[in-house]
Write a protein that binds this ligand. Structure first.
Ligand code: ATP
Length: 211
């Protein structure tokens, strides 16, 4: 198993948003579905270690998010649905910083920015288009050698060319053993991506969906 959840509870104030008693996946590409407000982004942020939670989240049967957060976070990354970065920062600065933090192999930043068509690396985020910001956030999520990459609504705001490049990257990284959790209100199957499985977030829990 690459990712295992047990007795995960997540709440905002007194309102419980997630209760996942038991869920586990092996290596693959998974589509996480759910209606607006079902809790997908909350689940992803929890898995990425951005929100406090109760329960157990275990990566590669070894790295426990609660007790070994640094090693865990080095191996799991999240591309947020609507990324926001400080307006004064440039994509070049952020990519270099994250590449170093995630122990990115030499040449990976250049490869990702080339494939995704990220130009204007020296222009501050304040002057970047929303599609360019999204493409940088996608590149950031591939940096290092993550065993799990979560992409929350990866298709929003990017053009057809970037979408095709993203699917090429997902296939290439998956062939090297990376697992993907992807959310979208559009079907990934229509995009020609071979999915391992799909789950729907409903009534606070993840339930399997037939593809
Ligand atoms: N910071 C927050 N404080 C309080 N409630 C929140 C917060 N963030 C999200 N919620 C609530 O938690 C629930 C789940 O939200 P979440 O954004 O995780 O859903 P989602 O499935 O990603 O939705 P969408 O498909 O619309 O993006 C919603 O009812 C939302 O209003």
């Amino acid at each position: 198993m690459v990712l295992e959840i047990s007795n995960l509870r997540q709440r905002y104030g007194s309102r419980e948003v997630l209760y996942i008693p038991s869920w586990q996946i092996s290596t693959g590409i998974y589509w996480i579905q759910g209606e607006n407000g079902a809790g997908k982004s909350t689940l992803f942020r929890t898995l990425a270690g951005m929100l406090p939670f109760t329960g157990t989240i275990l990566l590669e049967q070894t790295f426990n998010l609660a007790t070994n957060p640094v090693a865990y976070r080095l191996r799991l990354s999240l591309g947020e649905a609507e990324p926001l970065y400080p307006a004064f920062l440039t994509p070049a600065d952020l990519l270099a910083f994250v590449a170093e933090a995630r122990q990115s192999p030499a040449g990976q930043v250049e490869e990702l920015t080339g494939v995704l068509g990220i130009n204007y690396l020296q222009h501050p985020f304040g002057s970047c288009s929303s599609g360019m910001v999204k493409k940088v956030s996608l590149a950031l999520s591939f940096l290092g050698r993550p065993s799990v990459i979560i992409l929350d609504e990866p298709l929003i705001t990017i053009d057809q060319e970037a979408r095709a490049a993203l699917f090429t990257l997902i296939r290439a990284y998956h062939e090297q053993g990376t697992t993907f959790l992807l959310s979208s209100h559009q079907s990934f199957r229509d995009e020609g991506l071979a999915l391992t499985g799909s789950y729907s977030l409903a009534n606070k829990n993840l339930v399997p969906v037939c593809l």
